[in-house]
Design a protein around this ligand. Structure first.
Ligand code: ATP
Ligand code: HSE
Length: 907
């Protein structure tokens, strides 16, 4: 069994610019949605016309969710493991679409096909029904396979920072498909095409659905090329093995994907009644309460048709609203910090451009807006209980389109990003999978320069990864192999609740309207007022409660923050260079607003696990994280935490070892204040607060922004430097004035720190050798000289200039990097604090240690940072041996860059 999977090529999308590429990548979902829409809207009446009973119809209704639950994970696993030369997704998309097309045509012509072999009579009728139902099963299974693969293709093709945008485009394309389906149904097709596409409206609709699907998936498959899996890690075969994979993946889901599954489950229990009954609901309101319209319809020859049309209009409006929302929302929602292409795509001039620029600092994150999506949908569904006119009922249905746009966007975006992160090389729980190539730097977008000069260099610093355009972004390749099965499992959590929803509806209807079949009600006695409670509105209302549960779980996962550890200096870059690495400090924050009189000082309860447990203070005015948060809150006229705030800290970063534990704590503190104080600060502004506390920017900048970062710092004025509330220390000393410390602290100037993100050659990993003793940054800085010779400064500057680019080059030049990582500014002076340091540094070189690129003291020490492309364990063991000779025991970790920096996580 091979130990790793191997791949050939890189994903590519044809197209002149980013928007065209996104359309080409996601248009397949328009075709898929059109088929779903036409099937859902028109198959039921068709089957009833063939003579299928209403009770048997329920079996047909359930096939959609059942096939989704079964088919999508299986297709996901099969495709994930496929070594086809055409890629993992496209062969299934094409074969699946051909099956859908064939089944749709057989469905439409089932009477004629059966008629070829059977004469008129009961047997023919039964066989026709069996064939038609059978074809609906085929369509459902095959379209699920196509849908799953189209979704996975988006996840596989786009880098992490483009997932939000890709999913937004997918949401737009789905909305277009929805509208296309409704409009196709409204046009008199026979009047337009004659009988050339079939002798009934239904047949012609099926032909249109088939052709549209073929066209849409054809475009995507032709314009997107996938990278090819050559050989895979897991070589097991067979059906049992496949189910084992699904089973074990379900029970070992990454926490963030599991969190989304929970949200989806509750959200879909709420959306199911809407999907099935929204048109009927509008008709029901008409029959019950809308006297004026009811009397108009009473004189019509086609009462049932008129009621259906009123319901359909509501759904068309719903689709229009969802399309508008899916186009507009991405502009007013914060894009991932690393998605610099988004900034490039903003309009340059005009009212919209001005508006977007103004709201830029206040843009909410997608997950926050999704919470409001759940809540607004719940509110609309509760209001259905009070709907007494068709106009109001239509308004409620139509406005749900905004929440629907978020439902078809947010979960896929969040999961797509997570899958991409998980796929990073050598990753454990978290990480990006971006392959860093040396890419040309992007031009500064002067149109986005803010009025405040100090911010200019901040916002215009070279974008993360120097992504020049989407072609370059396409070089960021996921090495994750499980995207298909993850998305399949996600779909289980969208389908399972549909059955729960269907059962709830069954119970409600059995109690409130026994004996009726609401979805196919042919009670056209519209003049007779309907009695009793509106059962459909009750189902929608129950769904609303479930949607609130979805909001609760979305809020919950928004309350977790993670900040990576970092290694500063990287040899010659003293106080300048930093790289964030894959060990994360995590905060879980909960505010219990029921408690108004908290017994905890400053309303904050702190619990702690991990490195430093038992040692780190748990009082809000002593703990570095909460003291930092208090400083930020007090700058915003908030004296304490909201009552009562519970902050749980999980810190795996070793304290005082040179891995930026204090930098991570400061960043986490500022993020904490931003969240609990609802301050809406951008990352750039949060950085200003961090730099008021930790005055060397290398650790905090890397921890906040992620990746390999170079930074410089604007000097504070004399007055601010002297302020007691901001100790400007390496680590905050004991509070100067107890709980009142910093009651009116100085506001940080705008844009104190300026940074640039460099590339990082994909094959370079960081070996961190961590001695079992602490060296505080303060004491490690105390041994440094106050002045340096020009010779030593020039020595470092020369190497610094070479190192930042040398580390982006692939394959890395070990000789160049080794020499470029030498230093004369801090390491030699710190030798007295770290026994064995000179020997460790001088005994390791690429010549003696194959794979080693360079070695240095990490931050203020005592950890050693060794960069290497291979033999990581061996190099670590050799360094451990040198330390052991000097009486020091150490542990070691092999880490990779944490490119995203500080972020909210879903747990
Ligand atoms: N998660 C945390 N919660 C509370 N306090 C912390 C936390 N992490 C770090 N600290 C504080 O920061 C101190 C360590 O900071 P110090 O700057 O000396 O080392 P470091 O940040 O680990 O290393 P370096 O700055 O060299 O990378 C700890 O002793 C503790 O007081
Ligand atoms: N540049 C700082 C990093 C400390 O974390 C130093 O070396 O003192």
């Amino acid at each position: 069994m091979s130990s790793t999977s191997t791949w050939k090529g890189a994903p590519k999308i044809w197209g002149p610019n980013e928007s065209v590429k996104m359309v080409l990548l996601t248009i397949s979902l328009t075709g898929v949605q059109l088929v779903w829409g036409i099937e859902m809207a028109y198959c039921a009446p068709y089957l009833l016309s063939l003579g299928l009973t209403k009770s048997l119809m329920s079996l047909v209704w359930n096939v959609g969710p059942i096939s989704g639950m079964i088919c999508q994970p299986i297709v996901g696993v099969l495709a994930d493991r496929s070594t086809s030369g055409f890629g993992r997704r496209r062969p299934i998309i094409i074969i699946g679409s051909l099956c859908v097309g064939a089944a749709l045509l057989i469905l439409g012509w089932s009477r004629e096909i059966v008629g070829l072999v059977l004469a008129e009579g009961e047997v023919k009728k039964t066989c026709t029904i069996v064939l038609a139902v059978g074809m609906i099963y085929v369509v459902d299974f095959a379209i699920n396979a196509v849908q799953a693969s189209c979704r996975a293709l988006i996840v596989d093709t786009l880098p992490e920072e483009q997932q939000q945008k890709g999913s937004a485009w997918a949401s737009r394309m789905i909305a277009v498909g929805n509208l296309g389906g409704y409009f196709a149904g409204m046009i008199d097709l026979r009047g337009t095409f004659g009988d050339s596409l079939g002798d009934s409206q239904f047949k012609q609709l099926l032909v249109i659905a088939t052709l549209s699907l073929m066209l849409c998936v054809g475009i995507t498959c032709a314009c997107v090329s996938e990278r090819v899996l050559v050989s895979r890690k897991d070589t097991g075969t067979g059906v049992v093995h496949m189910f084992k994979i699904i089973w074990s993946t379900i029970f070992n889901l990454p926490p963030n994907i599991w969190a989304i599954c929970k949200v989806l489950f509750w959200a879909w229990v709420g959306w199911f009644p809407f999907q099935v009954y929204s048109t009927t609901f509008v008709g029901e309101v008409l029959k019950r309460y809308d006297t004026a319209l009811k009397h108009q319809i009473a004189n019509s020859d086609d009462k049932l048709g008129d009621i259906a049309r009123v319901g359909s209009l509501a759904l068309v409006l719903f689709s229009c609203v969802s399309l508008v929302a899916s186009v507009a929302l991405p502009w007013v929602i914060e894009s991932p910090p690393s998605d610099e292409l988004h900034k490039k795509a903003l309009p340059k001039k005009g009212v919209i451009a001005d508006f977007l620029r103004k709201i830029d600092p206040y843009k909410p994150e997608l997950s926050s807006v999704w919470i409001w999506g759940h809540i607004s949908f719940a509110a609309l569904m509760f209001l259905t209980l009070f709907a007494a006119s068709v106009g109001f009922a239509t308004f409620l249905v139509a406005m749900s389109g905004v929440a629907w746009a978020l439902m078809t966007w947010a979960p896929f975006s969040i999961v797509g990003e997570e899958i991409q992160r998980l796929g990073g090389p050598g990753r454990g729980r978290r990480g990006s999978n971006v392959r860093y190539e040396h890419l040309p730097m992007e031009e500064v977008d002067h149109s986005r320069v803010s009025a405040d000069v100090s911010r200019i260099s901040m916002s215009n610093s070279v974008p993360p990864f120097s992504v020049a355009d989407l072609e370059a972004a396409e070089n960021h390749v996921s090495s994750n192999e499980l995207s298909g099965v993850y998305l399949g499992i996600l779909n289980i959590f969208a389908c399972l609740p549909q059955m729960v929803g269907s059962f709830i509806s069954f119970v409600v209807f059995s109690i409130l309207e026994p004996g009726k079949s609401p979805e196919f009600s042919d009670d056209v006695d519209v003049v007779q007022p309907a009695k009793g409670v509106n059962a459909i509105a009750v189902c929608l209302g129950i769904g609303a409660i479930s949607t609130l549960a979805a909001a609760h779980y979305t809020i919950k996962f928004k309350n977790n923050y993670q900040v990576p550890c970092s290694s500063a200096n990287i040899g010659p870059g003293f106080d300048v260079l930093g790289i964030s690495l894959s060990v994360w400090l995590e905060l879980t924050v909960n505010i219990d607003r029921n408690i108004t009189n908290s017994t905890y000082p400053l309303n904050c309860k702190i619990t702690y696990e991990g490195d430093g447990a038992g040692k780190v203070p748990l009082e809000a005015d002593h703990n570095l994280i909460t003291r930092t948060a208090l400083y930020v809150l007090r700058c915003h006229q908030q004296r304490a935490f909201p009552a009562e705030t519970h902050v749980h800290i999980n810190n795996p970063i070793p304290l005082g070892r040179g891995l930026g534990s204090s930098g991570a704590a400061v960043v986490a503190g500022v993020m904490l204040a931003n969240a609990v104080g609802e301050l809406n600060l951008s990352k750039d502004r949060m950085m200003d607060f961090c730099l008021m506390i930790e005055r060397h920017p290398d650790n905090v900048m890397a921890a906040m922004m992620g990746g390999f970062v170079g930074s410089y710092l604007r000097e504070l004025n004399e007055e601010d430097m002297a302020r007691k509330e901001i100790p400007l220390a390496e680590v905050l000393p004991e509070p100067a004035g107890g709980v009142d410390t910093g009651l009116e602290p100085p506001q940080p100037p705008m844009g104190i720190g300026h940074y640039i993100k460099y590339g990082w050659a994909q094959e370079v990993k960081a070996i961190t050798i961590i001695p079992n003793f602490e060296v505080s940054t303060a004491s490690s800085r105390a041994v440094l000289p106050k002045q340096y010779t020009a010779k030593d400064m020039i020595f470092n500057l020369q190497r610094l200039a070479v190192l930042t680019t040398a580390l982006t080059r692939s394959p890395p030049d070990a000789d160049l990097i080794y020499e470029a990582m030498q230093d004369k500014v801090h390491q030699q002076y710190r030798a007295g604090l770290i026994p064995g340091l000179p020997e460790v540094l001088s005994s390791m070189s690429p010549k003696t240690q194959p794979g080693l690129l360079g070695i240095c003291l990490s931050g203020a020490g005592p950890t050693i940072l060794a960069l290497a492309t291979e033999n990581h364990d061996q190099i670590a063991e050799n360094i451990l041996a040198v330390f052991k000779k000097n009486g020091i025991t150490c542990s070691y970790k092999i880490l990779t860059p944490a490119h995203e920096g500080a972020e909210i996580i879903y747990a």
